[in-house]
Write a protein that binds this ligand. Structure first.
Ligand code: SF4
Length: 253
């Protein structure tokens, strides 16, 4: 039994003959959520993936629905070499046809981080140049994006809704309700390759200067910006309209 809310009167949306009802998303499987969102937004939705420790699950799910969906990857210039290799190998294995590498602008690096060491003194500014600005630009062409965030990852994500809005865009979190056991079972069932750093104790993988292995029993994201107050890179900061639960969005999707 998976960890999402279940209702025996509801079947997964994607398995239905009739038009998907977005009202049912809270009870749907991740695949049902993805099918409904991808059908609702068409070519105006993208998946944002870090090609990190658990990314293979969501990438595999979308590849089975539409391998041509745009996949946005933040190639910050500070990714582990293993992540760049994994991104290429996994995209090829899954047949993903439109993976886009988002890189920071040369002018922003020249002005704000000419030495490539801004992460040592101002991680928020570094993330802004290398992640927030490139993603904001890339998302201008979309109305919605899919993320791989889960509630179990950290206390700061414990109330993550399946659907939210930020900066006038809809964010879809199909795996919000899933547990680590759900993910592991899916990986085993589909024989998905692991990120090479997982075996070395990295349960969450970002840029190399800001990612450390995590001891057993700590939050999955405890190794991100370890030793500082920072817990998110800035791309998931709620916008002026804030985060909303699915019920508040209703037919607005
Ligand atoms: Fe810079 Fe670290 Fe943010 Fe990567 S995670 S953009 S290196 S501060």
């Amino acid at each position: 039994m998976m960890a999402y809310d279940t209702d025996p009167t509801l079947s997964p949306i994607g398995d239905r003959e009739d038009k998907p009802s977005l009202d049912d998303l809270r009870h749907a499987t991740p695949q049902g959520i993805l099918r409904a969102a991808m059908a609702a937004f068409g070519d105006r939705i993208a998946l944002v993936s870090s090609f990190g420790a658990e990314s293979a699950v969501l990438l595999h799910m979308v590849s089975e629905i539409d391998p041509a969906i745009p996949v946005l990857f933040l190639d910050t210039g500070m990714q582990f070499g293993q992540t760049l290799d994994y991104r290429k190998q996994l995209a090829a294995r899954l047949g993903l046809a439109d993976v886009r590498d988002l890189r920071p602008a040369f002018k922003d690096l020249a002005a704000g981080d000419p030495g490539g060491n801004l992460w040592k003194t101002d991680t928020d500014a570094c993330c802004h140049i290398r992640k927030v600005i490139p993603l904001d630009l890339a998302l201008q062409g979309f109305d919605a994006w899919i993320t791989g965030r889960k509630r179990f990852q950290s206390v700061t994500r414990a109330a993550l809704p399946v659907i939210e809005t930020a900066n006038d865009k809809t964010k879809v979190n199909p795996l919000a309700n899933w547990t680590k056991a759900d993910l592991d079972a899916y990986v085993a069932e589909h024989d998905l390759p692991a990120h090479p750093l997982v075996q070395f104790g990295y349960p969450s993988i970002g840029c190399w200067p800001c990612t450390k292995p995590v001891e057993t029993g700590l939050d999955q994201r405890a190794g991100r910006w370890a030793g500082s107050e920072k817990v998110e890179c800035g791309i998931h900061t709620p916008g002026a309209d804030g985060a909303k639960d699915f019920d508040a969005i209703g037919e607005g999707l």
